[in-house]
Design a protein around this ligand. Structure first.
Ligand code: NG6
Ligand code: CA
Length: 482
């Protein structure tokens, strides 16, 4: 059998309850629903963290994020946190002759301290295993709002250099900010982080000046990333490839293309989810058109759980109605509860993988070891870090997944799940992220939940089961200490 191509389509902040195939009814997601019917639909798949950078770091390195102290939400000018010698998913697949591309949201850092936005950037994804890279540096709510194509900022006019600044007083007082020029905003901010430099009528986090010709247009971002992805697929149809298509939806600011604006009753958050669903349909149709549908394993998932208000007033909460972004789960993005990390995940490969419901416990850290096996690359166990070979489970051939996994909430606070038990050790900090209306899961006493009978983590049974608490506490310590 031919080596399979791999595509990971990774949504940004999509929740366990956001898709029709996971029980939602308010937002149309026909393409993902069909993909789920034709493939494996997972209900125990976890991102490694409840925020983006750490989660994506694990996806690409197979390593739990809290092992790397730099794997935390990065600013737009932060240095690359993957070391040049670190094993990565694309680097591993390269050993089997794959060509790899990352298209979309990066957020794992660029450069090695000071980035020259007006020259060549080193390192970029090209230095950690990717052959092609077309990315936004961080998030769509952070500057710089430009695309980095390979090593350079696309469309930069050298006579108008781009400057980027984080960390203190605004060094560019002549450039309008959301704080001082709210009359220029088309979308109001709901917190004091999202009111720095205004780009396209949206206050962003961080300050920038210049680089006007290179600025992205939020409304066309979807089409740009999609077209690039299709083009990469077409150019690599005759050789094995890995495409990491990192969608920017439904992260804030939620600005769909005009085709999707107002297309749902749930406001911009619903509209951008409908839009991301369309993107998935486009990729699947393109694979078919290129005749490589049956040779391509497509995985769809999300980097962390959902959030309603993440810095802008876009009516996401008011228009949510009875739609529950995290489904039956407690918490959401930033949370130690399952809503932070348990995410929708669908794998489709017609002709190779039979359709079905899949309850195997899987971590996104497992793609590295699993894809390596499927591609025929042998990696010494000592080099796969926290990544376990779940290739049989991913293909629905083996129902039992991992024995346990560790996830991270906000910062490096961790949680362990073993079987249906979830143990949250005592963590300092407020129980609520008030501004976002999200329960953090912080509590100074141990928490133990039985997901088998209590998927919503309502009943803390730690006092009833001191033996299980002790065993899971020891397990977590052992994994941390490895
Ligand atoms: C936070 C931002 C949030 C979002 C997040 C990263 C504030 C108050 N909030 O710091 O809006 O950008 O970072 O999201 O600044 S993530 O999905 O990339 O992790
Ligand atoms: Ca995210």
């Amino acid at each position: 059998m031919k080596k399979p191509n791999f595509i990971i389509i990774y949504a940004d902040d999509l929740g366990f309850g956001d898709l029709g195939c996971y029980g939602a009814s308010g937002i149309p997601t026909p393409n993902l629903d069909k993909m789920a019917q034709e493939g494996q639909r997972f209900n125990n798949a976890y991102a490694t963290a409840a925020t983006c950078t750490p989660s994506r770091y694990s996806l690409l390195t197979g390593c739990y994020p809290w092992r790397n102290p730099r794997a935390k939400i990065l600013q737009g000018d932060a240095p690359m946190i993957i070391g040049k010698d670190e094993r990565t998913l694309p680097g591993t697949l390269k050993e089997a002759g794959y060509r790899s591309a990352v298209i979309g949201k990066w957020h794992i850092g660029l450069g090695d301290g000071k980035i020259n936005w007006n020259g060549e950037i080193h390192p970029t994804p090209l230095d950690v295993g990717f052959d092609e890279s077309y990315i936004m540096a961080a998030t769509n709510d952070r500057v710089p709002c430009v695309y980095v194509d390979g090593r350079t900022v696309e469309n930069l006019d050298p006579s108008d250099p781009l400057e980027v600044y984080y960390g203190g007083e605004n060094p560019f007082p002549e450039v309008p900010t959301g704080k001082d020029n709210p009359e220029l905003l088309r979308m109001s901010h709901s917190d004091a982080q999202h009111y720095d430099t205004i780009v396209n009528g949206v206050g962003r986090i961080g300050f920038c000046r210049g680089g006007k010709a290179a600025e992205w247009d939020d409304e066309t971002m979807t089409d740009i990333f999609l077209e690039r992805s299709k083009d990469f697929i077409t150019r690599n149809r005759d050789n094995p490839f890995f495409l990491y298509y990192a969608l920017h939806q439904p992260h804030v600011p939620r600005i769909p293309s005009p085709r999707f604006a107002g297309s749902t009753e749930k406001g911009p958050r619903g509209d951008v989810i409908a839009e991301l669903d369309w993107c998935v349909g486009e990729v699947l149709a393109h694979l078919k058109a290129e005749g490589i549908d049956e040779d391509t394993i497509v995985v769809f998932s999300s980097d962390n759980g959902p959030v309603i208000d993440d810095g802008y007033l876009d009516q996401a909460g008011e228009l949510c109605g009875d739609h529950k972004p995290a489904g039956p789960l407690r918490g959401g993005k930033y949370s130690l509860f399952d809503g932070g990390t348990r995410v929708p995940m669908i794998l489709r490969a017609p002709g190779r993988v039979a359709p079905g419901e899949n309850s195997a416990l899987i971590s996104h850290a497992d793609f590295l070891a699993s894809f390596a096996t499927m591609a025929g690359v042998t990696i010494p166990r000592s080099e796969t870090a926290d990544s376990l070979d779940m290739s049989a489970q991913l293909q629905g051939l083996e129902p039992v997944g991992r024995d346990n996994l560790v996830t991270e909430g906000f910062g490096t606070k961790t949680v362990v799940r073993q079987g249906n038990w979830v143990y949250i050790p005592p963590h300092e900090g407020p129980p609520m992220m008030e501004s976002k209306g999200i329960e953090t899961g912080n509590l100074m006493s141990p928490q133990l939940y039985d997901l088998g009978t209590d998927i919503g983590q309502r009943a803390n049974v730690a006092e009833k089961h001191p033996d299980i608490v002790a065993a899971l506490d020891a397990l977590l310590e052992e994994i941390h200490g490895e």
